[in-house]
Design a protein around this ligand. Structure first.
Ligand code: DC
Length: 227
């Protein structure tokens, strides 16, 4: 099957909007591959922090990203064979990821790597620019939103469950700052793709969001078959 015909579902949205959980469940139900593009930015940020690479050194960061020795193994993310699944979720790493994500050369370095996740039978890709930049012709594009309060609560629970300490007020402030940075950058800003379905997850469960996305996917596929 030509690469461009492999179905892709893009799920974009702000941090802690629930897109990771929803995207993974949709991928599992459809039997599709899953791309957590934020993890690539986080992996680059973690490498940079560990090697003392300045978060403004675009050239060095792009080099790091180009040669990122990463492996995705189910729920586990490896960096040069070290399991960093929890380490990349730290707030410090997320904030650093958001900062370096504004650098065009770094985004370019991660571009090809992300496209390679498009393999049969299909892909569910989550991030900020999956529907706008990476897969603009995806048959289904979704944009998840949720209030800052709902997202701060979710992030708090995630961090506590992973054994990190957290403070809800600090999280709310961090989320707002990160939203502003992700939405206002000049390159690939966070915004709904053309033709994206919008879904506010503030007052619905992850399972309800999954069912909504699957419903859209199946009605889209049925419409495509009739064409
Ligand atoms: O989705 P996340 O919180 O794991 O992403 C971490 C940061 O990476 C986010 O603040 C912005 C950046 N990012 C991006 O710019 N483009 C993507 N497709 C995914 C993440």
């Amino acid at each position: 099957m030509p690469q461009n015909d492999i179905p892709v579902v893009t799920i974009d949205g702000p941090t802690a909007s629930g897109k990771g959980t929803v995207a993974q469940k949709v991928a599992r139900t459809l039997g599709f591959h899953y791309l957590d593009s934020g993890a690539l930015y986080r992996l680059t940020a973690l490498s940079a922090l560990r090697r003392n690479v300045a978060l403004t050194d675009e050239h060095a960061l792009a080099k790091l990203a180009e040669h990122l020795p990463c492996t995705f193994n189910g729920e586990h993310v490896l960096l040069a064979n070290e399991d960093v699944s929890n380490a990349i979720r730290a707030e410090e790493v997320g904030n650093a990821a958001s900062k370096i994500a504004a650098l065009p050369a770094l985004r370019q370095a991660l571009f090809g790597l992300q496209l390679r996740f498009r393999r049969t039978p299909g892909l569910v890709a989550d991030g900020r620019d999956m529907g706008t930049v990476l897969f603009p012709h995806a048959p289904l594009k979704v944009f998840l939103t949720a209030s800052v309060d709902a997202r701060a609560q979710r992030r708090y629970k995630q961090l506590i469950d992973k054994g990190f300490s957290a403070n809800i007020e600090d999280l709310r402030k961090d989320l707002s700052e990160r939203d502003a940075r992700d939405a206002n950058r000049t390159i690939a800003p966070l915004k709904p793709a053309e033709g994206a379905y919008l879904l506010d997850t503030s007052d619905i469960t992850a399972e309800q969001a999954v069912q909504r996305v699957l419903g859209w996917y199946f009605s889209q596929s049925a419409a495509d078959m009739q064409r």
